[in-house]
Design a protein around this ligand. Structure first.
Ligand code: UDP
Length: 481
């Protein structure tokens, strides 16, 4: 609380991508449930996704609301209505999208001056918010949307540049000064990690790092027990101020809340549960690559054949949607859906991911290793096949396979922007079976279930994340007195 007469008011400003909006909404709801007044700032076309997700919190009497600012799509050279990364259709549009995001500074400052919140939690993609908030003496917290492990790994990569000391893109190097020996190759690094060129996106990352140094601290969607060595490393060795308050997805307790995250699902909650209810515990593998990654049709075909060959039951989320019933989906092997009837379910579009993962029938997860998906997999206690594509997903893969030992890699070698590397059907079949059947799968499942139990405890009263959130709220409250 800010004071007896004035509850703490916090602005949340998520980047316009589902992987950033979804956890920020959960986070705002967590703060609101502790008596904070939470305002989520977004753009008109993103607002409906948020209002749907905060309905229940409002009904419970907590104070959470939305403020919108106009997104200058057309002014920045984007098509009208392009306000979310999921409507970006080619990598060339990313630059314009970032330009539009930077143009929000002025209207955002107007909101700050009008409402004067006590704190701002803003996404790393809005580096200018630190100074904007400072003008009004408002502390800014940074939200990266990733783990402490990957924050440490990327910082040590930047500091020590081990990738410049190998002679080829496929030669592995160790990232120095980390609690574990983490090996990567140059091929697995993002474009921005490995180039010294001053590109727009590199400039943005640089500004983001500099703004972070002037910020109040960092809030992380993770829990101490999951990565304590890295939580300590981040604070004590790298000298950062951070609060871990996750897994934030665990604030979605009932099926309705779980089914309502993000976009409108392409399957009803009822239909989805009916399908899953008919399956035995741990018998279904769930395959989903997040909200941004896309695969060419040739890769979708390999996945279909690999899944069928594995003999496992599955739910597979395919982002490509059919325009109409007659649409031929050339990538589907002849008669695939007929043969898979009752055994495999394809969801075209958006799936209620947490609802699915938390169902006892689901026993494995093929994931692109976006941090939200990874942590949702951990929270559901399922072993994973790791299939990183871009962003910091190769770091998350290391954490799952090497440190937590709850997954196996499908064998991706190369970081690519948005469109995945090609993996053969045999590798898919093998990896799926590795996490679903046999002794190794059982061991991974046991470890994953143990982590899921600890995750639940972390967010309950007295748990590590619960307590860290409390101390953050108290610290911000005392700042207001
Ligand atoms: N998600 C979902 N249904 C889908 C695809 C994604 O609910 O069909 C959610 C998923 O649960 C996660 C988020 O969208 O919370 C994706 O974030 P992540 O960090 O995993 O990946 P990104 O989309 O940022 O690559």
């Amino acid at each position: 609380m800010g004071s007896a007469s004035h509850p703490l008011h916090i602005f949340f400003f998520p980047f316009f991508a589902h992987g950033h909006m979804i956890p920020t909404i959960d986070m705002a709801r967590l703060f609101a449930a502790r008596g904070v007044v939470a305002t989520i700032v977004t753009t008109p076309l993103n607002a409906p996704l948020i209002s749907k997700a905060i309905q229940k919190t409002i009904t419970l009497g907590y104070k959470i609301n939305i403020q919108t600012i106009k997104f200058p799509s057309v002014e920045a050279g984007l098509p009208e209505g392009c306000e979310n990364v999921d409507s970006i259709t080619s990598p060339n549009m990313i630059g314009n999208f970032m330009k539009a995001a930077a143009m929000l500074q002025e209207p955002f400052e107007q909101l700050l001056s009008e409402y004067h919140p006590d704190c701002l939690v803003a996404d790393m993609f809005f580096p200018w918010t630190t100074d904007a908030a400072a003008q009004f003496d408002i502390p800014r917290l940074v939200f990266h949307g990733t783990s402490l492990f990957s924050l440490c790994a990327s910082e040590c990569l930047r500091l020590y540049e081990p990738h410049k000391k190998v002679s080829s893109d496929s030669e592995s190097f160790v990232i120095p000064n980390l609690p574990d020996e983490i090996r990567l190759t140059r091929m697995q690094l993002s474009d921005f990690d490995k180039t010294d060129e001053v590109t727009d996106i590199n400039k943005l990352f640089k500004e983001s790092r500099e703004a972070e140094k002037r910020s109040y601290g960092v809030v992380v969607n993770s829990f101490y027990e999951l990565e304590h060595a890295y939580a300590d490393h981040y604070r004590e060795v790298l000298g950062r101020k951070a609060w871990h308050i996750g897994p934030v997805s665990l604030c979605n307790r009932d099926n309705e809340e779980k089914a309502q995250r993000g976009k409108e699902a392409s399957i009803t909650e009822h239909e989805c549960l009916k399908w899953l209810d008919s399956k035995k515990p741990n018998s279904v593998v769930y395959i989903c690559f997040g909200s941004v990654a896309n695969f060419p049709e040739s890769q979708l075909r390999e996945i279909a054949i690999g899944l069928e060959a594995s003999g496992q039951e599955f739910i597979w989320v395919v982002r490509k949607s059919k325009h109409n019933e007659e649409d031929k989906e050339e990538w589907l092997p002849e008669g695939f859906e007929k043969r898979m009837e009752g055994k495999g379910l394809i969801i075209r579009g958006w799936a209620p991911q947490v609802l699915i993962l938390d169902h006892e029938a689901v026993g494995g997860f093929v994931t692109h290793c976006g941090w939200n998906s990874t942590l949702e997999g951990v929270s559901a206690g399922v072993p994973m096949v790791t299939w990183p594509v871009s962003a910091e997903q190769f770091y998350n893969e290391k954490q799952v396979t090497q440190i937590l030992k709850i997954g196996v890699g499908v064998g991706v070698q190369k970081w690519v922007r948005m469109v995945g590397d090609s993996i053969k059907k045999e590798a898919i079949e093998k990896a799926v079976n590795q996490i679903m059947v046999g002794e190794e799968a059982e061991e991974m499942r046991n470890r994953a279930k143990a982590l899921a139990d600890i995750a639940r405890l972390a967010v309950e009263a007295g748990g590590s994340s619960y307590s860290d959130l409390n101390s953050l709220i108290q610290e911000l409250g005392s700042r207001c007195h």
